[in-house]
Design a binder for this molecule. Structure first.
Ligand SMILES: Nc1ncnc2c1ncn2[C@@H]1O[C@H](COP(=O)(O)OP(=O)(O)OP(=O)(O)O)[C@@H](O)[C@H]1O
Ligand SMILES: [Mg+2]
Length: 373
């Protein structure tokens, strides 16, 4: 038996509830006959008596998402076609929901714009993705630590042998030369051994450096701002934990870069993490972390993370990039050392500059993608 229209309505309502998906129809200019399905009311926490209006949705947009949505809408309103938007909606009870909206735009009679669309509440999925990303970042950090630990063990083990041999031959030389008539052929043979062992030690260091540099890099051509956008949810967690504000100052139309995206994202995460921890250490609120992308004088892309926290103490400044240098009880002192070695592998450098009037600023450049002819 096929469902009656009333059954079909109920089924649709139930399906929308399960999928956390609502649908809407509205007109620009607002002609008073807009529609929200019950699920839209539920997900946005709007009283059922309230009249559906697009203005009401805008009023609830998260302040950081408002401008972007306004710009997308003002562009879309001029034409027809599709519009996809994702934004955070702040409900009257303060709860933030992540919404993915999709609209089909067409011209209604009289020339007004008709938008038919769906609103999908993806808050739970976003939270799961954040958790997965965080776990991933932790894992890669742990992976680096394990590798660094192995490298350190490898260095001491492999270097011990040539160093012990060098010490022995040097002692033998001293003994031989102390004799009234030194056996010069013996001395020069010992000196040759010292040279050979020192070269071997150099070779080991060279090989280990190569291991650190070329480990698992996947370079691709990427838009610099996407590197920041990819980790925004992680960065926001740091900002929340330190009760500071994140500000993005991302230059438009930047040239693309050839980088290992995951590694550069790791650098950005490390720098923001440090800034957040600096605020936590002072206990001050109202801090601000600015992530900036810009184009440098010679056309290269510059990325920087600046904070208005305590900054680096005079003695600390010279040592922050040293592996295992930390001023934190729980720190490993590897964040900046890893970041610097990642950037060196990209033929770049990580620089520290004090931020005026107080705070720290870390900056680096990214290698441009080769021009396609
Ligand atoms: N934005 C900042 N403001 C103030 N001090 C900072 C900042 N960034 C780094 N530092 C100082 O540099 C030190 C080294 O930083 P690094 O990231 O290498 O290690 P860490 O943060 O101590 O430990 P972890 O290995 O967990 O990152 C920090 O302990 C801190 O003293
Ligand atoms: Mg750190």
């Amino acid at each position: 038996m096929s469902p009656t229209p009333a059954d079909a309505q109920d089924l649709l309502r139930e399906a929308q509830e399960i999928a956390q998906l609502g649908n809407t129809e509205f007109f620009v200019p607002d002609n008073g006959v807009n529609y929200w399905s019950p699920q839209v009311y539920r997900m946005l926490g709007i009283e059922p008596a309230e009249r559906p209006s697009h203005a009401r949705i805008f009023a609830g947009l998260h302040p950081e998402d408002r401008d972007r949505c306004l710009i997308a809408w003002s562009r879309a309103i001029r034409g027809t076609g599709r519009l996809e938007l994702s934004y955070r909606f702040v409900r009257a009870d303060g709860v933030i929901r992540h919404i993915e909206a999709r609209y089909r735009l067409s011209r209604a009679e009289g020339g007004s714009l008709r938008a038919v669309g769906t609103l999908h509440d993806v808050t739970e999925r976003k939270a799961a993705e954040d958790a997965a990303r965080r776990a991933q970042a932790r894992l890669s950090e742990v992976g680096r630590l394990a590798t660094l630990g192995e490298i350190a063990a490898g260095i001491s083990h492999e270097l011990n042998q040539p160093l012990a041999a060098i010490t022995n031959y040097a002692r033998a030389c001293e003994r031989l030369l102390a004799a009234p008539h030194p056996d010069m052929p013996e001395v020069s043979s010992a000196l040759r051994e010292i040279t050979a062992q020192a070269m071997r030690a150099g070779e080991i260091i060279h090989r280990l450096r190569g291991m650190v540099r070329h480990r698992e890099t996947h370079r691709t051509v990427l838009a610099p701002n996407d590197l920041v956008r990819d980790v925004m949810s992680l960065l926001e967690m740091d900002a929340r934990a330190s009760r500071s504000t994140l500000r993005y100052d991302l230059a438009p139309d930047l040239p693309r870069v050839l980088v290992d995206g995951v590694q550069i994202e790791q650098v950005i995460v490390n720098l923001v993490h440090n800034a957040a921890e600096a605020f936590i250490s002072t206990g001050e609120t109202g801090g601000e972390i600015v992530i900036r992308t810009a184009i440098g004088e010679s056309g290269q892309v510059e990325v920087s993370v600046a904070d208005n926290g305590p900054g680096l103490a005079a003695g600390v400044e010279a040592r922050v990039f040293e592996p295992f240098f930390t001023t934190k009880p729980e720190g490993t002192g590897l964040g900046l050392a890893i970041s610097r070695s990642i950037l060196e592998a990209h033929r770049s450098q990580l620089a520290y500059l004090p931020n005026a009037p107080h705070g720290a600023r870390f900056a680096f450049t990214l290698p441009p993608a080769p021009e396609l002819s």
